[in-house]
Write a protein that binds this ligand. Structure first.
Ligand SMILES: NC(=O)c1ccc[n+]([C@@H]2O[C@H](COP(=O)([O-])OP(=O)(O)OC[C@H]3O[C@@H](n4cnc5c(N)ncnc54)[C@H](O)[C@@H]3O)[C@@H](O)[C@H]2O)c1
Length: 324
């Protein structure tokens, strides 16, 4: 039962690989990057000997089909993507990676008809627009999409791509919409800010959080767990799920960090600039189909992240480039 993880060197991908290894699998880790430092940090220094590493571009359909054939892939967890800032900088290339790349994953499954049982992929809460467009309260799974960014538009396209592959080719899939993922390994993208604040706290550096207001913060391991569960489930159709962690104001996150790490008191500040994204998601559909899956409490996730950063710092392995 080999699982292919695309974007395996990224934040969520590293946690998915770690989860699969813990369950005794030897996944195929596919990524364009040439240094799996995040994967080593999350899954252990010996990770290269416990997975099959394949360097490749998700935009290269033939390469992807080759990997799926050669390694007898039965499940795919698809995470290779560009995030909001890169898609904004270069929308055409962003569409190639995020939209064509996702179509390629489905094409690879189609090319080996019947071999791939299921695709689990990351969509995003970026499919939704600013809170002003919706009724008050957590956004339901069936709330209408109103993406405010190119990135969000590409995610809507991916969800629709998945639906058509089910309708035309009976390829089963589950897409997940996290909002703000935090935890060890999170370092790029607009919503990486809370994790960067935790890293700054451990390093004793001042840090300004560049947005404020409320968001739905979900611990990265919870997202990985959802993807792994879905990749093994017996659900049919093309399903899409909101994910929910803790709906919280950024000021409260700062308070939690300072409580868990008193030396950080006074180092963390934030500007008053709410993000144009949803502030809370309702995950009823996920809990119904794949639950119960209670989210990690924020206080525990913050503690675990700080502890992990402290351990890495002690070993001289805490990467802090993105704080510069
Ligand atoms: N992190 C979040 O808060 C969040 C929220 C919602 C959705 N998501 C989605 O989850 C998925 C994973 O996010 P992440 O936080 O792990 O991102 P990440 O940026 O940490 O990792 C993405 C990985 O994809 C790889 N990649 C990029 N272009 C590639 C290409 N052309 N071919 C092969 N690999 C390529 C990168 O090298 C990187 O290792 C993405 O689809 C993202 O949009 C993330």
């Amino acid at each position: 039962m080999t699982t292919l993880v695309t974007g395996a060197f990224g934040c969520i991908g590293s946690w998915v690989v770690r989860g699969l290894l813990a369950e005794g699998e030897r996944p195929v880790a596919f990524d364009l990057g040439d240094d799996p430092w995040r994967l080593r940090m999350i899954a252990g220094d010996d990770v290269a000997s416990r997975v099959t590493l394949v360097r490749g571009d998700i935009a290269d359909r033939d390469a992807l089909v080759g990997v799926v054939r050669e390694h007898g892939i039965r499940r795919i967890v698809h995470l290779a993507a560009w995030q909001v800032p890169l898609c904004r900088q270069d929308p055409a290339r962003g569409a190639l990676v995020n939209v064509v790349g996702t179509a390629n994953v489905f094409e690879a499954a189609r090319a080996v008809a019947g071999q791939v049982e299921r695709i689990a992929y990351a969509s995003s809460a970026g499919v939704f627009g600013p809170p002003s467009l919706y009724p008050p309260g957590p956004l339901r799974d069936d709330a209408p999409p109103h993406p405010a960014t190119h990135y969000g538009v590409y995610k809507v396209a991916n969800e629709e791509t998945a639906r058509v592959y089910w309708e035309e080719h009976r390829i089963r899939s589950s897409g997940f919409r996290p909002l703000s993922v935090y935890g060890p390994g999170r370092d790029v993208g607009v919503t990486a800010t809370p994790t960067l604040a935790m890293k700054a706290a451990v390093l004793g550096r001042p840090f300004e959080l560049r947005w404020s207001g409320s968001t739905d913060l979900i611990y990265v391991e919870d997202v990985a767990r959802a993807l792994i569960k879905a990749s093994r489930a017996t659900l049919d159709r093309a399903r899409v799920y909101n994910l929910h962690g803790s709906s919280v104001a950024l000021g409260e996150v700062v308070r939690l960090i300072e409580t868990a790490w008193p030396a950080a008191k006074g180092l963390l500040t934030h500007v008053e600039a709410p993000m144009p994204f949803a502030t809370a998601l309702d995950d009823t559909r996920y809990q119904r189909d794949l639950g119960p899956a209670p989210p990690t409490a924020l206080v525990d996730g913050v503690r675990r992240t700080l502890d992990e950063f402290a351990r890495l710092h002690k070993d001289g392995r805490l990467d802090a480039r993105e704080l510069a």
